[in-house]
Design a protein around this ligand. Structure first.
Ligand code: PXL
Length: 278
């Protein structure tokens, strides 16, 4: 069985980061080791959340793993809360990267044209330098715009524009860039990717569900990695992640009035497991 390590926070309520990554990657048949960067009572879109920083644990955890000869088939980085955590994550990558394993960076820090609470433009630039160390990055269009220092455009762009953004993202230094939340046509929403080694673009669209839910980026990144770990191509993994995210949203839309509580991906896990068996 493959083993990945993911570094991100535990938001105790709100279905994002580790409470999403762990169940999804496990359900897909891969061991998910974790480096929890902080414990929050909820994610930061709630008011009055508690916060316990675990930054000082990161280096000793990595040191122990190095001494114990523990290795990983992928390193998946998600929400990181400080410049110091980005630096420690770069060290994690330097220490555990091999010829074979995959480095996936999800620069989780913004959506809908806005940075999440507590982040700055300088932080986004620093996140861009973490992306340089990745094999694959999965920003949404907001995160990509902040990292590249270009204006965020919500709609009205065309495929040439997205191809250019993807090219600029790989120019940061990663091999493959995936942009989520892309739409060229009313009523359709999906992803587009660019592999800078082959020069190939790929896109996949589904019906747009006209609502925005918290945590879908984490559902997407976790499912994408879970599929890669089961030997699927990048293109297949992108389709599986898109379809599972849509299924998760469909399971939620009429059941949860408050979008902060994330998506009911749990109800779509049987769909995901049967899709992986095909
Ligand atoms: O990836 C979303 C996320 C993860 N972790 C924390 C967050 C958010 C989004 O707001 O606040 C703590």
């Amino acid at each position: 069985m493959k083993r990945i390590v993911t570094i991100q926070d535990i938001s105790c309520v709100g279905k994002c980061s580790l409470t999403v990554a762990l169940p999804i990657i496990s359900a897909m048949g891969t061991e998910a080791a974790v480096i929890p960067t902080a414990v929050l009572s909820t994610h930061t879109a709630f008011s009055n959340f508690t916060f316990c920083d675990l930054t000082k644990e990161i280096a000793p955890i990595c040191e122990h793993w190095k001494n114990a000869g523990i290795g990983f088939d992928a390193i998946y980085t998600g929400y990181l809360g400080s410049f110091e955590q980005i630096e420690l994550t770069e060290r994690l990558i330097a220490d555990f990267k091999t010829e074979e394993n995959i480095i996936l960076v999800d620069p989780a820090m913004a959506d809908g044209g806005k940075l999440y609470k507590g982040f700055t433009v300088d932080f986004a630039k620093r996140m861009a330098s973490l992306c340089a160390k990745a094999d694959v990055i999965v920003p949404n269009l907001t995160e990509a715009s902040f990292m590249l220092g270009i204006p965020y455009v919500d709609c009205g762009y065309d495929e040439t524009y997205i191809r250019d953004v993807l090219k600029k993202l790989t120019d940061l230094g990663c091999k493959t860039a995936v942009l989520t939340g892309v739409s060229f046509e009313a009523g359709k929403l999906g992803v587009m990717s660019y592999n800078s080694e082959t020069g190939e673009y790929f896109s996949y669209f589904r019906e747009r569900i006209p609502e925005s839910f918290h945590g879908t980026g984490d559902v997407y990144a976790s499912t994408f990695l879970g599929a890669l770990m089961r030997g699927r191509s990048v293109e297949d993994a992108l389709m599986i992640a898109t379809d599972f995210t849509v299924e998760s949203i469909k399971a939620t839309i009429n059941n949860t009035p408050d979008r902060k509580y994330g998506v009911n991906f749990e109800e779509a896990v049987p769909y995901l497991v049967s899709r992986m068996d095909k």
